[in-house]
Design a protein around this ligand. Sequence first.
Ligand SMILES: Nc1nc2c(ncn2[C@@H]2O[C@H](COP(=O)(O)OP(=O)(O)OP(=O)(O)O)[C@@H](O)[C@H]2O)c(=O)[nH]1
Ligand SMILES: [Mg+2]
Length: 684
Amino acid sequence: MAANGNGKRATGPRCIALVGPFQSGKTTLLEAILARTGAIQRQGTIEAGNTAGDASKEARHHRMSVELTVATTNFMGDSYTFLDCPGSVEFVHDMRAVLPAIDAAAVVCELDEKKAPQLQLILRELEDRKIPHLLFVNKIDKVDAGVHDVLKLLQPASRTKLILRQIPTFAGDVITGFVDLALERAFVYKEHAASEVVPLEGDAADLEKTARFSMLETLADHDDELMEQLLEDIEPPRDKVFDDLTRELREGLVCPVLMGTATRAHGILRLLKALRHESPGIADTAKRLGVKADNDAVAYVLKTQNTTHGGKMSIVRMLAGQAGDGTTFLAGDDEAGRVAGVFKLIGQTTEKRGPATVGEAVAFAKLEKARTGDTLTAGKQAHPALAKVAPYPPVLAVAVSAKERKDDVKLGLALNKLVEEDPSITVVHNAEAHEVVLWGQGEMHLRVATERLSDRYGVAIERRTPSVGYRETIRKGIVQRGRHKKQSGGHGQYGDVVLDIKPMPRGSGFSFEDKITGGVVPRNYIPSVEEGVIDALKHGPLGFPVVDLHVALIDGSYHTVDSSDQAFRTAGRIGIAEGLPQCQPVLLEPIHLVEIVCPSEATAKINALMAGRRGQILGFDTREGWAGWDMVRAKMPEAEIGDLIVEIRSATAGVGTFTFKFDHMAELTGRTADQIIAARRAAE
Ligand SMILES: Nc1nc2c(ncn2[C@@H]2O[C@H](COP(=O)(O)OP(=O)(O)OP(=O)(O)O)[C@@H](O)[C@H]2O)c(=O)[nH]1
Ligand SMILES: [Mg+2]
């Protein structure tokens, strides 16, 4: 087991997540790391579509990460598994789901103000979960700014104090290398090779002094001895500086900032070394999670995948013990399945291997019941669930159906697999509209989901806008007779009812009352009358289910031979069908309570957006615990919520979002209502 005191290097296999804003270069960085550590022959590029990460058809096609990539490599004798997480907010669940079980995160970012809000979101997630992390400022080949701007630009996104670990060195406007402030050494970048040490002299030496001092000052905030040394002008020993860097990173007190250029593999070795020496290991992670040591084997499911050939794969991190082929796991009190194959992953390349030991991240085949986020235990005693990250509530929906009827069953199975792989998708069966509705995190998310249905699971799909849950009601009452009489040959049919139909307050639904006296309608037929009424209410005069009314059966007549349940059902139905059109039917539309969160500078835009969509703004407030953010509350018709997320994101550089909850049904009249009713008629 890894045993590490303060400042000592953690041991055992590491698991590091690469996270960061959209398109910051995480997949490219992974590629550079794999090439540098010899896991792959040469470094591919996103543009050429030959990277180890993003190897799925959908990722290549869209040139972005649409799911997690897992790759294990070796660096200086230790095993490292990197989890390359998608940067898009729509695929954020794949990142959030792995965070509990990683040792540390490398946050890949750019020196780009526009991406600061996205960076802030990710850093908050890490801060809230107390995951040690460092920043890797990527794409510095594109930067010509001075050093000081780095922290000035990035610090507002981080609640944890940032520490600049490196400063770039320039030849003219071009970055040619960097000075490592802890090592106090200067390096020049070499194309796809380790940087070369050069003498630290001239301007660079002066800049180094200043920058190093501010690094030490920040470290000294959490180390009194260092503070004294600084005050007394004593140069602290190098080991002490490294010890402090290590301890303060692990305790989440500081966040070091490194830099580089992933496409050219610049800065990769320093990053790997920082991870090797300073990041926590499995011992710290197990402690953070509260893993009990007395279990045979404990594993956390990072991701679930269905491969075309290998069947189901559960990608796990071993948090305790050892497990391999034949190990039976429990997930809570239920059996999760029996491992039939252990694999090392490098993207989509799988390599069969022996049992996995504590700290390793591997794929287990055929754990049929294991789900992402499960805490798996071998042995008799189930370990309590460690952490399960609930997906964000979905924000956008699309109705799907198989292009061909014969694929209906296949579609059902494919949808199950889709949700198993990506729990941030929800499938809702709308029986009333005969629709299967896919709820997800955004346009691209749903597009990729439907692409997977056809590419991965072979079901061609048709997409539609999901229908809105309109209803109708009545504005005035009526007493209506419903009479069903048929005389054909021998047995006739006879049912006769008088219904007192009355509007009821909003939200009261439907109620039926039996007011028959003197047995004018025999007792045994009354339930049939009610059935007929309910049946007719499914489809009102405007074409929608009718709600908020009371129907009383007040009179009627029967025939000793010809009356039957069937005849009274029909009579009830006729009473409603003939009565309702005279009751001033009116359309009802669902109104939801919507809560939007956004950076404050976007609040005015959001207000305008809501007003333009028939939203009624209830007010806005600062978002609790989020400096610089607001929360806007509004009531809004369901029909207008449809693609609201698309506009919220475009008004907020991608970071705004909303939740909604049904509030009430409201009458809708005028042109909009007429259009809805006409569309309904046309559809029928
Ligand atoms: N100039 C420059 N471009 C880079 C660098 N790293 C990545 N890129 C480019 O940035 C784009 C995005 O790179 P990716 O590696 O896909 O970024 P990502 O963070 O994985 O993207 P998502 O996973 O979709 O969020 C590609 O066009 C890369 O070639 C870099 O260091 N310098
Ligand atoms: Mg990526």
